[in-house]
Design a protein around this ligand. Structure first.
Ligand code: CA
Length: 218
């Protein structure tokens, strides 16, 4: 799951980046409203976390312009401002939820999951194909009679594939999803992950479409 973190405070940003990565997410962190706007337009993030006081373009202006530009990414505002007026204005401008600093990381993660589920229109936190089930809450994956909790990277890969069963993802698309902008990717990193999943669940868990990429069957 790829997340856009929009926060200019180095300390808070770093803390959030570490916490989100520890939860198995890929994080793109921007510290400027204008760069955030560009990122939201270019990449389909699962969710964006938005601080309101930002250089370049402030969070309220960013919300307004992003929605005007048709950006549908769920946006969770994280802010120190606790005025009711700010909260109402933010929600009116297209924020999906609000969290006041300081907050517990566990609450942030729970709200993020809720927003992502709501956005996807899924009441049950699972991705399903005919033969596989991926639990978004627990990272448990079941296939061919086996159930295991996946590592963060395995989960991110399976989630990317299970979101669009029957659709091929290229190596570049998978690397983008798994490693974001900052990651230095070993050339065979994707193969290593796929090999590890196949060893656990059997070769047919991920199909290799020669020269094009990988997919899971519907
Ligand atoms: Ca700020």
């Amino acid at each position: 799951m790829r997340v856009l973190l929009i926060e200019d405070d180095a300390l808070i940003g770093k803390g959030l980046e570490v916490a989100l990565k520890a939860a198995g997410m890929t994080v793109d962190w921007v510290r400027n409203g204008l760069l955030a706007q560009e990122a939201l337009r270019e990449m389909a993030y699962a969710i964006a976390l938005l601080d309101l006081g930002l250089p370049g373009m402030d969070g309220m202006a960013l919300l307004k312009s992003a929605r005007k530009l048709g950006v549908e990414t769920p946006i969770l505002v994280i802010t120190a401002r606790d005025g009711v007026e700010d909260r109402v204005a933010g929600l009116d401008l297209g924020a999906d939820d609000y969290l006041i600093k300081p907050f517990e990381v566990s609450e942030l993660l729970a709200r993020m999951r809720a927003l992502i589920r709501r956005h996807a229109g899924r009441a049950i936190p699972q991705l399903n194909t005919k033969e596989a089930v991926l639990d978004i809450g627990t990272h448990e994956f079941s296939y061919g009679g086996r159930t295991e909790i996946l590592s963060a990277r395995e989960y991110a890969l399976m989630q990317a594939l299970m979101e669009r069963p029957g659709h091929i993802l290229s190596r570049t698309q998978i690397e983008d999803r798994l490693y974001g902008w900052s990651g230095e990717v070993e050339s065979n990193a994707v193969e290593v992950l796929i090999h590890s999943l196949r060893r656990k669940f059997g070769k047919s868990v991920i199909l290799n479409i020669r020269g094009a990429g990988w997919m899971v069957s519907k």
